[in-house]
Every structure is written in C-alpha cells, then in structure tokens.
Ligand binder design. Structure first.
Ligand code: UDP
Length: 327
C-alpha cells in the first residue's frame, strides 16, 4: 500500500515508518519538524508541512497516490495541554479534522490513528479493557478522544476504515541503534534515567513513593516502540470500508518506577543516584493494559516482554547519540 505517515519524523512515527517499509509498503513521511527530527525520517521520503495545510495535504495525497494514512502527528505533553489547551485543540483536533477532510476530498478512506490511554482518564479497573469508560482528565486525552469519535462518524457515514490504537508507555529504540527517543524537553522516565547514567544529569527524581502499589512508586505498562509499530502495520492491513478497530496496545505487564531505575542500573552498570520528590499531579498509581483484544484481532504479540531488553535498546541509542539527533 502507498501510505502517508504524518509525524513520521517523531519518536513512534519514525519507528513505525521503518516497520511499514520493511513489510513492503511504499512509505511517505509528512512532518512539520516542530518536534520531529529530519534525521529520524526515512531518507528521501520526507515532505515538510503542517497537517492543517489542507491544500498541501490534498496535493500530496493525490501526487503520491496515497491509499492510507498513519496519523502520528500530535502534541503529546499532558502538562502543557493543561496550561496551554488551545495548542492541543488547534493541532490535535483541528489539525486532524483538516487532515481528514483533505483525505475525504482525495478519496483516501483508511486511517490508523495514534490514540492513547489518556482517553480513559482514571480507570476503574486494572488491567484496562477497551470497555472501560473513556473519560479523559486532561485536554490531551480529550483531544484524542474527539478524533476517535470523528473517525467513528466518518466510518459510518463515508465508509472509512480506521484503527484507533490506544498506547500505554512507548519505550525503547530500534535495535539497530539508528533511531530512538529524542524529546525536547525530555519528560519521560527511561530517557531521563539513562541521561543520569550518561552523566548528563546528577540524579533521577522519583515522583512519589507513597502510592498504593507494592513498592510505593507508580506502575506503568512499558511497550517497545517497535512492538507498537508492528501492531500498526497489522491494523492497517486489516482495514476495509467500515472497519472500526479500537484497541489497547501494551504488554499487560506493569513495571514500577523503582523497577525501571533498577533495570537501568543493571543494563548500564551505573549507580544512578536517585532522590525522592513530590508526586506529579495527575499521575494515576497504576496503568496496565489488557491487550487481549489486539493480540486476538491482529494476531499480534509484543516481542519485548522483559523490561531489561527494552531498556537495553534505549541504552544503545543513548550511548551512540548522547545528544539525540544532533549527533
Ligand atoms: N517519573 C518519575 N520521575 C521522572 C519522570 C517520570 O518518577 O523524572 C514517573 C512518573 O511519575 C510516572 C512514570 O515515571 O509514574 C512514567 O512517567 P513518564 O513521564 O515516562 O510517562 P507517563 O506515564 O506520564 O506517560
């Protein structure tokens, strides 16, 4: 299939684009490079542009004879979405609606959409099933939920086929060491801990150790970014007119902040000093996926089930690119 990957120069999009290409698809990247990196995009395949540039998107879809879109382009800082919601409504909601309208005009009716566990808000049950109520507690989660709803309406009214994939914590890097995680500012736990191991930070701050979890620190479901990518490809290949796939992507295994730091110590051989800090507002104690629907529907299985193997791929990337794509 000829596929346009929006946000394909970002962390998850760049990994998915390579997996898509390896599966035999013809891949084009569309990215504004606001958060994306030129070096992360597939060489020779990058088209620079904004997703709300209706005319440009439509022209690209026609010129490249695109048959489906994988849509990763979005802002994804939960805290920023609370302090600057207009940015999130403009880009994640308005931008995506522009993209969808351009697709509709160009006759492209297949989309794999990056959704998020943040659409569930504070879940009532762990592990989280797709039947859990979607009740986001921040503008980021809400912006993604609005798009899920719009896609459902498009599928019913215009025969679109779509997959809304709700990610848990994306982690790790390509095992080749060629691409990896490079956010600015970096807020995610694993890259921050590895920056301590590299000597770029003095210590890691643990955001609270009084949660109702076995070691008192928050538990998350860390899924390797390439496992996310392979699920995207499988979902894409299943899309037919009217197909609606809404599913969680995680490993089903929870790992605490303390266990992440210990895994990083083991993998890097570095002592990694830590300090105890305040709880971070809005952090639920535990988020773990029930991914049985994705496993069954997509015939998909995460390959990285062990947190050390995920951290090892991230460490390889950080060691070879201590300053990210600047290196
Ligand atoms: N965390 C932490 N110290 C940090 C960054 C994150 O203790 O410097 C914790 C955070 O509170 C959460 C977990 O690590 O429980 C994962 O956070 P991250 O920002 O990586 O992902 P999120 O779960 O927010 O998507």
């Amino acid at each position: 299939m000829r596929v346009l990957v929006t946000g394909g120069a970002g962390y998850i999009g760049s990994h998915a684009a390579r997996i898509l290409r390896a599966a035999g698809h013809d891949v084009w990247i569309y990215d504004s490079l606001v958060y994306g990196h030129r070096g992360a995009a597939l060489p020779g395949r990058l088209i620079e542009g904004e997703i709300d540039d209706h005319a440009k998107v439509e022209a690209v879809l026609a010129e490249k004879q695109i048959e489906a879109v994988m849509h990763f382009a979005a802002f994804a800082y939960v805290g920023e979405s609370v302090t600057d919601p207009k940015k999130y409504y403009r880009n994640n909601v308005m931008g995506t609606l522009c993209l969808m309208e351009a697709m509709q005009n160009a006759g492209v009716k297949k989309m794999v959409f990056s959704s998020t566990t943040a659409t569930y808000g504070v879940p009532e049950q762990i592990p989280i099933c797709e039947s859990e109520k979607q009740d986001p507690i921040n503008p980021y989660g809400f912006s993604k939920l609005v798009v899920e709803k719009a896609l459902a309406d498009y599928a019913r009214a215009y025969d679109w086929g779509y997959a809304a994939l709700r990610y848990f914590n994306a982690a790790g890097a390509s095992p080749s060491g060629e691409i990896g995680e490079d956010h600015s500012p970096e807020t995610h736990l694993i890259p921050l801990v590895l920056q301590v191991a590299l000597g770029q930070r003095d210590h890691i701050t643990v955001f609270g150790n009084d949660y109702p979890t076995p070691d008192g620190t928050c538990i998350r479901d860390y899924i390797h970014v390439d496992d996310l990518g392979s699920a995207h490809v499988k979902a894409l290949e299943m899309l037919q007119p009217g197909t609606e796939l809404k599913m969680n992507l995680g490993t089903g295994k929870g790992t605490s902040v303390r266990e992440i730091i210990d895994a990083c110590r083991t993998v890097t051989g570095h002592a990694i000093p830590e300090q105890l800090g305040q709880r971070r507002p809005g952090d639920p104690p535990e988020l773990v996926a029930d991914s049985s629907l994705a496993k069954k529907t997509l015939d998909w299985q995460p390959q990285y089930m062990d947190i050390q193997s995920i951290v090892a791929t991230a460490w390889k990337w950080h060691q070879s690119h201590p300053h990210g794509y600047q290196d």
